[in-house]
Design a protein around this ligand. Structure first.
Ligand code: GLA
Length: 415
């Protein structure tokens, strides 16, 4: 399969669209962000932060239910350059990826004013929570850009939050632990954006190791790094181009249903329930039974998937991905026409595995394809998709990357 980032689709285009396709080594993006920082602020940055996005290979809507998931950080990044400000009390932030800029006043480590807009709310939320935990939030100038598509369900929001929080901690001399960073980012989503998410995205982004996926147990927060050296296989993210509204009620409703289903089963969380216990509770209302069946079944699939990957068994891993999609569609009701079509077209084209990834309601699918058949499979999916929806999906070949990291101005890695 060619190493192209757009697989059998749009070909190389100039400008932002092409940038979003760039993958792999983030050094080119780092150099550009550094140049742009100097042009904008007139002095070199004091540090850079590189933060990957993530794709969840299997195990969705299990994190907040204390279950299992297996995501990997991907080689699409948010890169952020930072330097201390001169004005004393402002965070000045420019995002080339969003084409937006904002100034936030900070007094006593707290943002005094945050104008409207979810992006600025994020920044204000990070400052506020860091301030509350005793960090003296410094005046900062920040410029960022990304090869990670924004709002596509690849955790761009968590990546931006963690990148900025990392820069603020560096600038103020505070060493946040990985758990603090994960918790901070989750709270920003919950308290400032209104998304009661779990910790899947943040855990993947903070704890990832190059070449590995993470097998995460959200029941006891244990993480195993699973090597992904499957030489004849490739991971393709297929963006349906349907932007999902994660903040909408459906996500919160599913979470509440899972909590209620666990109570009906007499368990602290669905992740701790067995199929036997579910089978015994005959009187459970249908919707709750379905939500529970998804979470309980999905946790078993994650375990089996990790085994299949370890054994290099593409077929078994792929089968579990299809089963996962079907369960998210039928029992958890978070799929949509575009994602279902990608799944069906993938199976018809002979892909070993395709499933929706992340929250659902739009966003992306992830496909496991043999290296030599990848381009053909993608082309067949693109054709079926185009004849149904009048546009082609976007394909990104992704590889397992390491987690968030910091660099000094000459790009020496910091511990
Ligand atoms: C979103 C949330 C995660 C997780 C997934 C579904 O990505 O941010 O916490 O719940 O949806 O698995």
């Amino acid at each position: 399969m060619p190493d192209a980032e757009t697989v059998g689709t749009e070909g190389a285009k100039k400008g932002a669209a092409a940038d979003a396709m760039m993958g792999g080594d983030p050094s080119e993006l780092c150099a550009r962000v550094r140049r742009r920082f100097v042009a904008r602020f007139g002095s070199p940055p004091e540090g850079l932060v590189v933060c990957p996005g993530r794709v969840n290979l299997i195990g969705d809507h299990t994190d907040y239910a204390g279950g299992l998931a297996m995501p990997m950080a991907i080689d699409r990044h948010v890169v952020l350059a930072w330097g201390r400000g001169t004005t004393g009390d402002t965070i000045e932030i420019v995002s080339d990826a969003l084409g937006a800029a904002a100034r936030i006043a900070v007094s006593d480590g707290m943002p005094a004013a945050a104008d409207a807009g979810p992006w600025v709310r994020h920044v204000g939320g990070i400052c506020l929570l860091l301030g509350k935990s005793g960090v003296c939030v410094p005046s900062l100038r920040v410029l960022s850009d990304a090869t990670l598509p924004i709002g596509a369900g690849l955790s761009s929001s968590a990546a931006h939050t963690i990148a900025l929080a990392t820069a603020l901690c560096r600038a103020s001399g505070y060493r946040a632990t990985p758990s603090e960073m994960i918790e901070l980012s989750r709270r920003v989503e919950a308290e400032f954006v209104g998304v009661p998410c779990g910790e899947l995205d943040q855990t993947a982004i903070v704890h990832a190791r190059a070449g590995c996926a993470l097998l995460i147990d959200f029941g006891d927060h244990r993480i195993e790094h699973v090597p992904m050296a499957m030489h004849d296989a490739a991971w393709i993210v297929i963006d349906s181009r349907q932007r999902r509204m994660l903040a909408n009620e459906a996500y919160g409703e599913r979470r509440a249903q899972c909590e209620q289903a666990a109570r009906m089963l007499g368990a602290a969380a669905l992740g701790a329930c067995t199929p036997v216990r579910l089978a015994r509770s005959e009187k459970m209302p249908d919707a709750f039974r379905r939500r529970a069946r998804h979470v309980i079944g999905e946790c078993a699939r994650v375990r089996a998937f990790a085994e299949a990957i370890r054994a290099g068994d593409l077929e078994a891993a792929g089968r579990l991905m299809y089963e996962s999609h079907d369960s998210l569609r039928d029992d958890f009701a978070v799929s949509c026409d575009r994602l279902d079509l990608i799944r069906e077209a993938g199976e018809e084209a002979g892909a070993p595995g395709v499933r929706l990834t992340g929250a659902g309601f739009g966003g992306c699918c992830v496909a496991l394809v043999p290296e030599q058949d990848g381009a053909r499979i993608c082309e067949e999916i693109a054709r079926a998709f185009e004849s149904a929806f009048g546009e082609r999906p976007r394909f990104l070949r992704v590889r397992p990357d390491e987690g968030v990291r910091s660099f000094d101005p000459s790009m020496r890695r910091l511990p």
